[in-house]
Design a protein around this ligand. Structure first.
Ligand code: MTE
Ligand code: MO
Length: 326
């Protein structure tokens, strides 16, 4: 009761004047970025360039992932402008405001970073992230991201399937779930000096969800190192579930026999379940989930079952009542 939800639902500005003001501000922001590949233009360029076409020569580090053909899991929708994806964030370790993470996360020490993989595995690992990364070739994945609050983005991640890492640790026959734990460091996370949530932030997946090829451990965004506010240096991305499942700053991955506790369902169990599959037919107790506001675009659009990934993941939930397992 005392815990707030992960922010308020996105409020659709209904007053004409307010909308006009917001729109002017947005256009000013967009104009600032038209000279770079970071805004919408960069995303469209990425998506329309032919595979194999040489990128424009530049001394600056690339702002978007190298041009390539879209993969089977990529959406062709326009990317959310990088400037917005990196300044409108939920990361309660840095505060409740959307702008807090970008303002406060710059100094987070992301190196060295150790990841522990333990629990129901035959080959537990405690490994430096640089070493862990060297085991895998990063892949590009352009995913929709739908926050439970009613807004969404399209984000071009770089990372590797969680399945590849889990296989390396060799889950035992008893493993049925995976728990993820974020860094606990009140010295670095001002939000952890208060008790707005039970720290550290924890999340969980069923093992078959964790092994699904869509489930990514991200280390990059827009072809660059993952910004701290987006979860550097290692962050889970589960695109068919509400954004709060995609835990940032992961330090531990534990295979378990039973369903692990998760931060938001501990805070408000009647509002946030373990599964948290994006579902327009199941309203949040305090707002509808039927539509969403795509950040950087106008108006609301329908929210799709499993966030548009039903073809890939609906089979995981055959026979389950998704109103009960919400
Ligand atoms: N450790 C941690 N991970 C977190 C959160 C958080 O507060 N702490 N917020 C979640 C929520 S509610 C969302 S919507 C996404 C936002 O990711 P983004 O800022 O990269 O868009 O991160 C998720 N991961
Ligand atoms: Mo969220």
């Amino acid at each position: 009761m005392t815990n707030p939800p992960p922010g308020r639902p996105f409020e659709d500005p209904d007053e004409q004047e307010r909308r006009a003001v917001t729109r002017r501000a947005f256009l000013r922001g967009a104009a600032l970025f038209t000279g770079t590949a970071a805004a919408l233009g960069g995303g469209l360029e990425l998506l329309t360039r032919r595979p194999g076409a040489a990128p424009a020569p530049s001394a600056a580090p690339p702002l978007v992932a190298a041009p390539r053909a879209l993969g089977p899991y990529d959406t062709a929708e326009p990317l959310t402008p990088y400037a917005q994806a990196t300044t409108y964030n939920n990361y309660y370790e840095f505060g409740l405001g959307k702008a807090d993470p970008a303002r406060l996360a710059g100094g987070l020490r992301t190196q060295p970073w150790t990841v522990l993989i333990d629990g129901e595995v035959r080959a537990p690992l405690q490994v430096d992230l640089d070493r862990l990364r060297s085991w895998f070739t990063p892949e590009d994945r352009i995913y929709r991201m739908r926050c439970v609050e009613g807004w969404s983005m399209v984000m071009p991640w770089q990372g590797f399937p969680l399945a590849a890492l889990l296989r390396r640790a060799e889950p035992t026959g008893h493993a049925r779930y995976v728990q993820f734990t974020a860094l606990h460091d009140p010295q670095q996370f001002p939000g952890q000096r208060g008790d707005v949530l039970a720290w550290p932030y924890v999340e969980g997946l069923r093992l078959d969800e964790a092994l699904h090829p869509l489930t990514l451990l991200a280390v990059g965004l827009n072809g660059r190192a993952l910004p701290n506010q987006n979860g550097a240096p290692l962050r889970l991305v589960v695109p068919w579930k509400y954004g709060f499942k995609s835990i940032k700053a992961v330090v531990r991955i534990t295979l378990t026999r039973t369903q692990p506790p998760t931060t938001w369902s501990l805070a408000a169990p009647q509002e946030y379940g373990f599964y948290a599959n994006v579902n327009p037919a199941v309203p949040h107790p305090r707002w509808s989930q039927a539509t969403e506001q795509r950040i950087g675009e106008w108006g609301r659009q329908p929210t799709l079952p499993f966030n548009g990934y039903a073809r890939e993941v609906a089979d995981l939930y055959r026979g389950m009542d998704l109103r009960v397992f919400f």
